[in-house]
Design a protein around this ligand. Structure first.
Ligand SMILES: Cc1ncc(COP(=O)(O)O)c(C=O)c1O
Length: 351
């Protein structure tokens, strides 16, 4: 509510107040990643959703003779491979089942055998299942081989603590409408100054040029093209509320508590999770469809919707599942209300 209210005013995109607000947000985002300009990192905000941010990074960072290695265990990893293909970038993918994290050892072996690789990219929380991939362990291996390391932290940044320097991350992308709880409108890249500098002159797109965007923001504080002023106003408020909640640690605690409440209640009703608990992250949880002739996902979805709850269909290639997300201003009371609604629908559908 307060985040949406912050949008009820207009600021000119060249207004001093707006320029200062953007500057503050960029510094705060670096701080949330435990880095700063003084520590050698930059924050570049890019118009467009998370996919635009990922494409900006991929299309700006790899040189003409660059070689990208994509670690894949879900739809968002697959999407990165697709971006490389569309951009005509040389790439390889190490692909795993959706319930497996890409292997640190196989990454190490691949990099040892393929010295031409220049960049490695992985999704932190693969939202397809909600699995958390071990980004710190990959970082150690990637650093050892001297490659640039890119992370899609779309559905983790702001609610899962991350220290970019400690994980040796050169590029980390997230977007405005995920764990920081803003509204849609932009994505951002936290990038090492070394990684950013290499991007100069490499872009395959004018509007998604990460280096040019950074240069514009640094030179006069302005965006090169119309910025999402209202989303940024909302974001400023959302970050304030994140700090009030105790920063990333505080938000992480709420999401974890909601996740525990959710799975505890679902298990009591006989639902099972797709991933083993040690692999399942606390951002979004995948549940197997109950094996019962009366269960029909569309009817289940509709009945929950009528009661004011929106869940996600599955996105898996091999298993019939649905997902329940924790991102957003969701309290434990809200999770309990959802569980009560699921119990009601389950009784009504008789499965
Ligand atoms: C891990 C991950 N990467 C990328 C995206 C794409 O973001 P968008 O839909 O904002 O383009 C999403 C969206 O949910 C995501 O969860």
């Amino acid at each position: 509510m307060t985040v949406k209210q912050a949008m009820l005013r207009d600021l000119g995109s060249r207004d001093f107040e707006f320029i200062n607000l953007v500057k503050e947000i960029r510094n705060q985002l670096l701080e949330l990643g435990n880095v700063s300009q003084a520590k050698g990192y930059e924050c570049v905000i890019m118009q467009g959703s998370g996919t635009f941010g990922m494409e900006s990074m991929i299309s700006s960072a790899l040189a003409k003779d660059g070689h990208l290695l994509v670690l894949v265990n879900g739809a968002y990893g697959e999407r990165i491979s697709k971006m490389a293909k569309v951009q005509g970038i040389r790439y390889d993918a190490l692909t795993y089942d959706e319930d497996q994290a890409p292997s640190v050892q196989e990454l190490d072996e691949f990099l040892a055998k393929n010295p031409s690789v220049t960049h490695v990219v992985v999704v932190h929380c693969e939202t397809t299942t909600g699995i958390f991939n071990p980004i710190k362990e990959y970082g150690t291996v990637i650093k050892k081989h001297g490659k640039r390391y890119m992370v899609d932290a779309m559905s983790s940044f702001g609610a899962v603590p991350v220290d970019l320097a400690e994980c040796h991350i050169d590029f980390l992308v997230s977007s405005s409408n995920k764990c920081i709880e803003g509204v849609p409108g932009f994505s951002f890249t936290l990038v090492s100054q070394g990684g950013l500098k290499e991007c100069e002159g490499r872009a395959r797109s004018l509007s998604l040029d990460l280096y040019a965007q950074w240069k514009g923001l640094e030179n006069n504080g302005q965006f090169r093209f119309t910025p999402p002023t209202h989303s940024l106003l909302a974001y400023h408020q959302a970050i304030k509320e994140l700090y009030e909640e105790g920063g990333v640690e505080g938000r992480s605690a709420r999401y974890q508590h909601n996740y525990q409440t959710l799975v505890g209640g679902m298990r009591k009703m006989g639902f099972t999770e797709y991933l083993p608990a040690e692999k399942q992250g606390y951002i979004i949880t995948t549940f197997n469809h109950p094996e019962h002739k009366n269960f029909d996902f569309n009817a289940f979805y509709e009945k929950l919707n009528e009661r004011g709850f929106a869940i996600y269909p599955g996105k898996l290639t091999k298993a019939d599942c649905f997902r329940i997300g924790n991102i957003g201003r969701i309290s434990t009371e809200d999770v309990k209300a959802l569980l009560a609604a699921i119990a009601e629908v389950k009784a009504e559908m008789d499965f």
